[in-house]
Design a protein around this ligand. Structure first.
Ligand code: AMP
Length: 286
């Protein structure tokens, strides 16, 4: 991979110095938090940040607090040099890639927990502590950099709603922006975890968005949710998914389950393929 000239900050102090210098020049700042192993979905967020702000900061931090004890923290792909080169190519201005001790110094004891309907269903009961880990690290990243705007992908729809709620409830002075899901040619949502998939699994994975689209079409035509969701679950298992965590129709803002489509309804799924857990969601409105 070619040498990159992307400046990299390792400390909160260095990050703040750079943002302060930009602010002194009257420049606006956009933030794109990631866990690295960057793909075109991540890069689309950086491009959006560059389209709305004078300077774009990407962050890479594999946040241990959002992984459960039996999840893939150790195996999560790490490729900072390649990531930095990709970020430089799309025109990002700064990479913030702190070591764990910078984000969680000894004695760190504060957790941000978003309550209410957003963390009652979907991934929340299956991944205890996950959204607290996400809300805590994103809150820290927003306060450390204090950008004008920060971008998050709709691919992680529940995460996006949790982050919006956290920023609103804590009066964090940053506009939270959602960005559409970037997909592979067969429709599979891009994800760093797709790298775990073997060739046969990768072919099966492409069935997930197709099955969701089919179900969303039936819901949009007026079918009741229960039979459509049950059939989508069966279709995923028949396609070769190892297990299905959920297929759910929910209001996109409250994430509460719906008996049939309604304005703002979304269809959500999470399923396992071997050791890989995939999630996706699409609009399901008439
Ligand atoms: P991650 O590195 O997986 O934590 O993702 C960092 C950010 O990129 C999050 O806001 C994700 O929602 C977003 N993201 C991940 N995959 C995609 C995708 N396929 N399309 C758009 N955004 C994405």
């Amino acid at each position: 991979m070619a040498e990159t000239t992307l400046p990299t900050a390792r400390s909160v102090t260095a990050l703040r110095e750079q943002v302060r210098a930009w602010r002194a020049q009257g420049l606006s700042v956009g933030l794109v938090p990631t866990m690295g192993a960057l793909h075109d979905g991540h890069l689309s967020l950086v491009r959006l940040a560059l389209s709305r702000c004078d300077r774009a900061v990407a962050t890479i931090f594999v946040n241990p607090r959002q992984f459960g004890p039996r999840e893939d923290f150790a195996a999560y792909p790490r490729s900072e040099a390649e990531d930095a080169a990709k970020l430089a190519t799309v025109g990002a201005h700064l990479l913030f890639a702190p070591p764990p001790g910078e984000m969680y110094p000894p004695g760190h004891a504060t957790t941000v927990a978003v309550g209410g309907t957003l963390t009652q269903g979907l991934c929340a009961p299956l991944r205890p502590g996950h959204f607290e880990g996400v809300a805590t690290i994103v809150c820290k990243l927003l306060l450390q950099s204090l950008p004008d705007r920060a971008w998050f992908g709709e691919k992680d729809w529940q995460q996006l709603q949790v982050i919006r709620r956290m920023a609103l409830d804590l009066d964090v002075p940053v506009a939270i922006e959602g960005a559409p899901t970037v997909r592979e040619p067969d429709g599979l949502a891009m994800s760093s975890r797709n790298a775990y998939l073997g060739a046969a699994e990768r072919r099966i994975a492409g069935r997930l968005p197709a099955i969701l689209r089919d179900a969303a079409g039936r819901l949009a035509a007026g079918a009741a949710a229960a039979p459509v969701l049950a059939e989508a679950r069966q279709a995923l298992l028949a396609a070769g998914f190892t297990s299905v965590d959920y297929v759910a129709l929910c209001d996109g803002a409250t994430l509460q389950a719906l008996p049939a489509t309604a304005p703002g309804a979304r269809l959500f799924a999470a399923a396992h393929l071997g050791r890989t857990r995939l999630i996706d969601n699409i609009a399901a409105t008439g």
